[in-house]
Design a protein. Structure first.
Ligand code: SF4
Ligand code: SF4
Ligand code: SF4
Ligand code: SF4
Ligand code: SF4
Ligand code: SF4
Ligand code: SF4
Ligand code: SF4
Lengths: 139, 518, 401, 317, 130
């Protein structure tokens, strides 16, 4: 039961660090009726203090670097970070720009990567399912 | 043996000490403080010993210098003309308040005024005089004496309001207070004159036994109601309250609360004991109810926008006075109808009377916390405060207790008494209890505002520490009483409130106790 | 409580799915001042685009923003095509229009949902996004991806829309046409939505003109501005487009909702017209990408491309000088114009209205962000006081000379 | 010995039963809301899992907060809500403190969790939380008038504030046709106060996620958040039970357990009607709209109800 | 609450939810099972020309490097020396634009329809092609 609690009650906080919005709209899409991530107890929350999972998108621009760190610190343990989209995982198309501080794993530890540009909503759900596994290990 | 003279001793101790303070002062501060406290403790002790007697006998009549209050003329006509104290449940009840408030106010003052260099002897003399005035008003069985004690009380209060005379505003507040007091006293004096002219008597019981409610009596009645309501700070004669309460040193503000209740007591005495059923109870009842409702509403609406923490609390005093008037007014209005009186009028009065003591406690506590804040921050402006809770946790705790109590949040004592009022008043007229409930929430809102802007927020820059120990002790005494009252409201009502209500309601007893002794 | 409190909103804030920072000055609940700060998503896209060949840049420009993932590359390729005098086949032009209009439908539906979410009406978010899935399916069906389309190539489009695909597209346009009433019902005739949007966040026609608002924001204020109508591009000259405006424009949030919802229907119409008018033919001027890459080395000159994105006019400027990488590339997004209208709309409203007002111009910050001041690797936040100090220092310096 | 058992174990039993029921009801509420939105929705046990998880999480205490207020607020909120259960009868089971229970007391007890939240919000020192707390206060002030009228009107009819007495009288049967209308209006009033009392859309301005990021609760995490979550669930359950006790005390007359199920069903229906459907079918209102709504139309309706009941009483007597 | 939206919602509650039950009706008891069960309720079908993870026919590749030149996110890397030069593709860098498949002279690159690619390591075996 204790393990299950984590697996099935993930509260998610979403932060865009400078992506193109593609991933962000797919994250919201994953919560809407077609995909309904709430089935698995996934819930988008408004404050990082309530979150278990940080969904981070974007390649981390210079200006967002600190903010990302701060949000990470504000999230209570145990937590997992999911990098949604390839620009978060590896800066993707933005790789040769000067104001990119990413990828995300250079700034905060990332637990799960969801490749895609953007990934389909199902792929995001799949990624969150992977995070369950991780959280179980963390506790 | 000595206990027989308890009523006289209760007054004698503080009175004598008050005059002795300048001398005691020579022996040092500690010594003086100790003596002042001792005198008040003695008073409290005698109040406590007096209480069981009163509860078992109903009414105690104490006559100075004699065993019977009256002199019997050769013709056989007897008249209570000696100075008498007539003590019933209501008086004892008020005496409790006076003693608690004086003692904790005194202790608090040790801390609060520690830094004052001059005038402390006068301060303590006056403080003692205030309690003398209160005890006197409460115990006396004689209208003229009541006037005298009222004057003593007023003059002492007035001087104390102006204690910080170097601040201009205080003198203004004191002046206002003086004007109001003089008018009120004048009204009272005229009324006393009317009675004396008609009935040739000053003793309350004596007048009560003869009164016939003619036009002159009606005039006297209105003078008394107006004057005493004015001194009690009810709307529309409340304008002095915020200034006086706001400017006086915090412990004095607390004493002023009790003082205004002494006036309230006098008002109730007038209505219930002096006139009693001869009164057009429904009409006077309604007048009091309307005064009460107005006070409640006006007080609270004026309080909400206030920025000065003590003024804000002062407006709440106006509003809380309204509750007491409301309950008693309802009780009075249905006095003629024994069934209604038994089913809910009694309860309404219980609520009101209970509210008097609750109010004295939590309002006192609130004023003391405001004083503690002022002591530390040197400001009364809410906008200049913030984050006090970080630095003064105990004061914050006391404030929370007081605020929840005044807002009538269960299980605190404020709820218990308001609850009695709501529960009975709705039988009389549901709208009244609806208004009472809404006012209660408005009160809550305004205290939440204070809580937010004064106590919460980021830490203060200044390194402020908790208030001195004497002040904390003063507050703690009251806070503990509040908690006791909250935990055992039924017991409190049974032991001290009910006798008071019965005493008020039972005019005949009072009269016969005094007159019968002749 | 009349203290004014400065409330920072963002850059990470649930109401804003993208980072932008607002400082809102409130008095009680009333907003008395507003300022915004963008730059959180500045990714130096233009800079990068000037260092790589345009074929790569098409995909980069697509990711200026994932919502108008068609309009940005469209402007870009239009500019390049103009520089190189590339003849775009007619069918390709039509396919471009179809994709652009599908994008508009999806974007407006998305916006409607977000707007509902801002006012706490999550059921409508779910409703609209559910409806939106239809167009997402069609987009995926045509382009192979749901959000970033990858449709464009210099000289045409990369994928054909075959006759076989027509019925499915028609079915979708039909679906939206039918749903339009329902959506209007839900949005324009719902009392709570009306209460939250009517007379809220007003932008007058005069201010809209002065501040150069574009797109639905301008049209809702009564400025009949639409690139498709004013400067028709791709296949629009052959199609029937007219700027949609409310009958009596007030310029409030409600009007902006109205315009967007009507535009969904308009887009459906346009798509059907395209399907009707489209002739078979080639879709790409140059099939061989390797050859195209070589050709690009000969392009010289400058040009602009403009297009009406769902949010308003997108504008790209490109200059090439016989080099694989463009010499210069500038992108200007609609939100860049529209953000100027924020302070106008927000001040005087309630704090609770800020999110819906901000959302009402459908801001996408990602394409708007330009430059961040970076000094010694640290962001500079200059306060008024510091500025004042700086200026005093400078005066002293000057006086010493 | 027996009394000790009663004093200690009955409240604990009631509290745990209430907690479990509340959470199940919350699950049902979420599920139905999801179905309204054409989604499948979370399983019924989801609230339990959420609580479990929150309990296991780290509890962060922000640096800037007034710690003792901040930490005690959630506990007070939960205890306050649980207290409610002791005063409200659950169908066939009388409330353990039912004899002392009193409508006014209960209505005031409802303010305790809200007040605790307000205090906690202020204590956390976060600007969003502060705004949330202020809004909560405004809201409490707004719906107090209708609630007071409700209490006065019901008590007038039943001539007692005692809930036990009220719930043992079928209030509809005490009145004539005019009073019936009055009571219907009262029902409307109480149903429209419910979402505000429970801070649900459209009256969730204090917690508005998109405006002030969860408002009051922004800074809470882990165990503290779980306590607030629980207290919210319990409060919802208690309010629905109160409505049932006041307006639908009808009995089936079967076994005690049948009666209990019947009661749960009634509570469920009340909850779905007054909370779930309203919350899915409306947008969040601004705070001054909310205040206006309660001070004007709803206050008028409750006044009308009061008047009707008054007239009715006069006619009947 | 007789608003238009309300009727719409009531209609919805009466009809079947539109949710696609991927991966399974309820969250699975354990992750292992989940991954298997994922196939029971497949995700929404991808269209014909869906752009998923790249398929690389290594033998066919001539190592010309065209794909590297056009790849907008530099997800390709040439490895080895000319005669036997091959490419290595990092899925976690790809933008799935498919331009490489068009440019390849021998057409040895294709897009598959595989898109459930989440992984703990962005350089895991699964996410490197070639
Ligand atoms: S991964 Fe792609 S779609 Fe997602 S944010 Fe980055 S560029 Fe946009
Ligand atoms: S302004 Fe926008 S398009 Fe230009 S470089 Fe910055 S992020 Fe890129
Ligand atoms: S396009 Fe730019 S310069 Fe021209 S009018 Fe608009 S804002 Fe002004
Ligand atoms: S900054 Fe850009 S949008 Fe503004 S005036 Fe200059 S070119 Fe035009
Ligand atoms: S306006 Fe918005 S949606 Fe359009 S390209 Fe810019 S960011 Fe993207
Ligand atoms: S105004 Fe600023 S952004 Fe525009 S061209 Fe000049 S320097 Fe560049
Ligand atoms: S699909 Fe696009 S991004 Fe991916 S490897 Fe091929 S060219 Fe590069
Ligand atoms: S373009 Fe084709 S042949 Fe050339 S390196 Fe790439 S995969 Fe190999």
């Amino acid at each position: 039961m204790i393990k299950n609690a984590f697996k099935r009650a993930l509260w998610v906080y979403h932060i865009n660090t400078g992506g193109c919005n593609g991933c962000d709209i797919e994250i919201i899409a994953a919560l809407t009726p077609r995909y309904d991530a709430e089935r698995f107890g996934i819930k988008l929350v408004g404050s990082p203090r309530h979150a278990d999972v940080l969904l981070v998108t974007g390649p981390v621009t210079a200006k967002m670097e600190d903010k990302l760190k701060r949000v990470y610190e504000q999230t209570p343990d145990p937590k997992v970070v999911i990098a949604v989209g390839n620009c978060g995982a590896s800066t993707g198309v933005f790789h040769n720009s000067y104001s990119i501080r990413g990828p995300i794993d250079k700034i905060i530890p990332v637990d799960v990567y969801v490749p895609g540009c953007p990934p389909r909503p199902e792929a995001i759900i799949h990624g969150i399912a992977k995070a369950w596994e991780k959280l179980e290990g963390k506790k | 043996m000595i206990f027989e003279h308890a009523p006289a001793l209760i007054i004698a101790f503080p009175l004598l000490t008050s005059f002795a303070v300048p001398i005691l002062n020579r022996f040092g501060e500690k010594f003086r403080n100790f003596f002042v406290l001792l005198s008040l403790l003695f008073s409290l002790f005698f109040v406590l010993t007096l209480a069981p007697q009163v509860y078992s006998h109903g009414v105690i009549v104490y006559t100075f210098g004699s065993t019977s209050p009256g002199i019997t003329l050769p013709s056989g006509y007897s008249m209570p003309i000696r100075i008498t104290f007539t003590i019933d449940g209501m008086s004892i009840f008020m005496a409790f308040i006076a003693s608690i408030v004086s003692i904790s106010g005194l202790i608090y003052s040790w801390g609060f005024l520690k830094k004052e260099r001059v005038g402390m002897d006068k301060f303590y003399s006056l403080l003692l005089l205030m309690s003398v005035g209160m005890y006197g008003m409460i115990f006396t069985g004689d209208l003229f004496n009541m006037f005298v004690f009222l004057e003593i009380l007023s003059i002492a209060s007035c001087a104390l309001i102006a204690f910080w005379v170097h601040k201009g505003e205080t003198s203004e507040a004191a002046f206002k207070y003086m004007v109001v007091s003089s008018i009120a006293a004048l009204f009272m004096l005229i009324a006393v004159g009317i009675f004396y002219g008609q009935y040739n008597a000053l003793n309350i019981a004596a007048i009560a036994s003869m009164i016939n409610y003619n036009l002159l009596d009606k005039i006297a009645l209105s003078l008394l109601i107006v004057g005493l309501a004015m001194k009690a700070g009810a709307v529309p004669m409340h304008m002095w309250v915020p200034d006086a309460y706001g400017q006086a040193p915090a412990p004095i503000t607390m004493m002023l609360v009790a003082a205004s209740q002494a006036s309230l007591y006098a008002l109730f005495r007038t209505c219930f004991t002096l006139f009693g059923l001869r009164l057009d109870v429904a009409m006077v009842g309604w007048i009091i109810i309307i005064l009460g409702i107005l006070s409640m509403f006006v007080g609270v609406t004026m309080a909400i926008p206030q920025k000065d923490i003590k003024k804000l609390m002062a407006y709440h005093s106006v509003s809380q006075t309204g509750y007491m008037l409301l309950g008693v007014g309802v009780g009075l209005a249905v006095m003629n109808d024994p069934i209604a009186f038994q089913t809910y009028g009694m309860k309404a009065m219980e609520g009101s009377i209970f509210h008097i003591i609750n109010y004295a406690l939590y309002k006192g506590l609130l004023f003391l916390t405001a004083g503690a804040i002022f002591y530390k921050l040197k400001t009364r402006n809410l906008d200049e405060m913030g984050g006090i809770a970080h630095n003064m946790p105990l004061t914050t705790l006391f404030f929370i207790i007081g605020a929840l109590a005044i807002a009538g949040i269960p299980p605190l004592n404020g709820f218990a008494s308001k609850f009695l009022i709501y529960e009975s008043v709705y039988r009389f007229n549901p709208l009244l209890s609806i208004i009472a409930m809404v006012v209660s929430v408005l009160t809550l809102a305004s205290f939440v505002k204070v809580f937010h802007s004064a106590f919460m927020g980021p830490k203060m820059k200044k390194n402020v520490r908790e208030a001195p120990r004497a002040m904390l002790l003063g507050m703690a005494i009251i806070a503990i009483l509040i908690i006791i009252f909250s935990l055992f409201p039924a017991m409190v009502v049974r032991t001290i409130v009910d006798p008071a209500v019965i005493a008020l309601a039972n005019q005949g007893n009072y009269i016969s106790a005094v007159m019968g002794g002749i | 409580m009349s203290k004014t409190v400065n409330i920072p909103i963002g850059p990470v804030h649930p109401a804003l799915k993208e980072p932008v920072r607002f400082t809102i000055e409130v008095e009680g609940e009333k907003v008395v001042g507003a300022d915004y700060e963008v730059g959180y998503v500045h990714r130096g896209i233009e800079w990068a685009g000037m260092r790589q060949n345009p074929i790569k840049t098409i995909h980069l420009s697509e990711r200026i923003c994932g919502i108008c993932a068609f309009c940005h590359p469209l402007c870009f390729v239009q500019a390049i095509e103009e520089i190189g005098d590339v003849e775009v086949p007619e069918r390709a032009e039509y396919i471009r229009v179809i994709t652009a209009e599908l994008e508009r439908i999806h974007s407006h539906m998305l916006w409607a949902g977000v707007a509902a979410h801002e006012i706490g009406f999550d059921s409508i978010l779910n409703l609209t996004w559910n409806i939106r899935e239809k167009v997402m399916d069609i987009v995926e069906y045509i382009t192979g991806n749901r959000v970033t389309y990858g449709m464009l190539q210099i000289g045409g489009v990369r994928r054909n829309i075959t006759e076989k695909q027509y019925p499915k597209i028609r079915e979708a346009t039909q679906y939206y046409r039918e749903l339009l009433d329902k959506i209007e019902d839900v949005f324009l005739r719902d009392p709570t939505i009306r209460m939250r949007s009517r007379d809220v966040g007003i932008l007058t026609k005069k201010r809209a003109l002065e501040l150069c608002a574009v797109g639905p924001t301008a049209r809702a204020s009564g400025v009949p501005k639409d690139v498709r109508q004013d400067f028709p591009y791709i296949a629009y000259p052959d199609l029937d487009v007219k700027a949609i405006m409310p009958e009596e424009p007030i310029g409030d949030v409600y009007d902006r909702i109205f315009v967007r919802i009507r535009e969904i229907g308009q887009s459906a119409d346009i798509i059907e017209q395209c399907l009707d008018q489209m002739e078979p033919g080639p879709i790409l001027a140059e099939q061989n990408v390797a050859k195209l890459l070589a050709d690009l080395q000969n392009f010289e000159g400058e040009a602009v491309g403009r297009a009406e994105a769902p949010r308003g006019e997108v504008f790209h400027y490109v200059r090439m000088n016989k080099n694989e990488a463009p010499l210069s590339w500038k992108a200007r997004a609609p939100t860049y114009n529209n953000v100027q209208t924020w302070p106008d709309m927000i001040v005087g409203e309630e704090l609770a209205d800020v999110p819906i007002i901000v959302a009402s111009i459908d801001p996408c910050v990602s394409c708007t962000d330009r430059v961040t001041l970076i000094k010694d690797g640290k962001e500079e936040i200059v306060t008024g006081e510091q500025l004042h100090k700086l200026s005093v220092l400078k005066t002293k310096r000057v006086m010493r000379r | 010995m027996e009394t000790i058992m009663q004093i200690v174990f009955v409240p604990i039993g009631i509290a745990s039963l209430g907690l479990i029921l509340s959470l199940i009801f919350k699950g049902i509420d979420r599920r139905i809301a999801a179905r309204f939105q054409a989604r499948v929705g979370p399983p019924l046990v989801q609230p339990f899992r959420d609580i479990m998880k929150l309990m296991l999480k780290e509890t962060i205490v922000p640096e800037n907060c007034v710690r003792w207020v901040y930490e005690s607020a959630p506990i007070i909120a939960l205890v306050g809500s649980l207290m409610l259960l002791l005063y409200i009868p659950m169908g066939p089971f009388n409330a353990p403190l039912g004899n002392f229970g009193d409508l006014i007391l209960v209505l005031y007890l409802f303010t305790i969790p809200s007040l605790a939240m307000v205090a906690g919000g202020f204590a956390s020192g976060n600007p969003y939380a502060t705004i949330g707390a202020q809004r909560e206060m405004v809201m409490m002030m707004s719906y107090e008038l209708p609630l007071a009228m409700l209490a006065a009107a019901t008590a007038w009819k039943v001539t007692s504030f005692s809930i036990a007495k009220i719930s043992s009288t079928v209030i509809w049967s005490t009145v004539g046709p005019l009073g019936l209308v009055g009571i219907l209006l009262l029902l409307v009033v109480v149903l429209s106060v419910a979402p505000a009392e429970l801070v649900k859309i459209p009256f969730d301005a204090p917690e508005a996620e998109t405006e002030i990021a969860g408002g009051l609760l922004v800074d809470y995490s882990g165990r503290n958040l779980a306590l607030f979550y629980l207290s919210d669930a319990v409060k919802s359950f208690a309010f629905a039970s109160l409505i049932v006790a006041l307006f639908f005390p009808f009995k089936l007359g079967t076994t005690i357990w049948g009666e209990f199920l019947w009661f749960l069903l009634k509570v469920l229906i009340v909850m779905i009607v007054s909370v779930t459907t309203v919350r899915v079918a409306a947008a969040r209102l601004q705070i001054d709209n909310i205040a206006g709504y309660y001070w004007k139309p709803i206050a008028l309706v409750s006044l009308a109800a009061l008047a009707l009941i008054a007239i009715d009483t006069a006619v009947v007597i | 609450m007789p608003t238009p939206a309300f009727f719409e919602l009531v209609k919805q509650i009466l009809s079947k939810p539109v949710t696609n039950l991927f991966p399974s009706k309820y969250a699975p008891a354990s992750i292992k099972k989940f991954l298997k069960k994922g196939k029971i309720n497949p995700p929404i079908k991808t269209p014909d020309k869906f752009r998923g993870k790249l398929i690389y026919e290594k033998d066919k590749c001539i190592g010309c490097g065209m794909c590297v030149r056009v790849c907008p996110s530099s997800a390709m890397e040439l490895v080895g020396e000319p005669p036997k030069r091959k490419i290595k593709h990092y899925v976690s860098r790809c933008t799935f634009c498919a331009i490489c498949t068009e440019v390849c002279p021998v057409k040895c690159l294709h897009m598959s329809d595989e898109f459930l690619l989440a992984d703990f390591d962005k350089h895991s075996e699964n996410l490197i092609v070639g």
